[in-house]
Design a protein around this ligand. Sequence first.
Ligand code: ZN
Length: 183
Amino acid sequence: MRFPLLFLAISALTFNSACSQKRDVAANTAPPARTVSDKTYFQPKPVTGKPNEFPVQKTEAEWKKALTPDQYYILREQGTERPFTGKYHDNHAEGSYYCAADGNLLFFSDTKFESGTGWPSFFAPATATSLKVASDDTFGMSRDEIVCAKCGGHLGHVFNDGPKPTGQRYCMDGNALVFEKKK
Ligand SMILES: [Zn+2]
């Protein structure tokens, strides 16, 4: 019995983390210039738990008003959408992915890859201030939760079985994202 493998399998099959749907929230951040020769990839910083760690703060009532029920479920209630039900797992267009709650730039399409999980998957965040990482011990598993670095909203999880060059797999809930096609 190889428990680590078993956990990995369970996690890959059932709880991976995020996937998609839609909702158009203002993606109000212009993507920064990036060239194909830019091979700098970033690691999210850990969540500190300090008060006011996240600059975008709203009451739960305000979040409920600002977000759709699907977005609220993922971002504020740490929900996970069902695989293959969202709109971004199969999105191959060039562009940028933003936090649905505040327009924070999260991922570029050139780091998206086919994970086969049914959730949009990336091997690196867009910037050093896109994401933060926290430990998540729910469901009897020890996983690394990924949250938006601006609002602290739940986005998905990160695993160490991703492709090169980083080896990481950011498994996101599409309901927490807004995609903007490259112009
Ligand atoms: Zn956010």
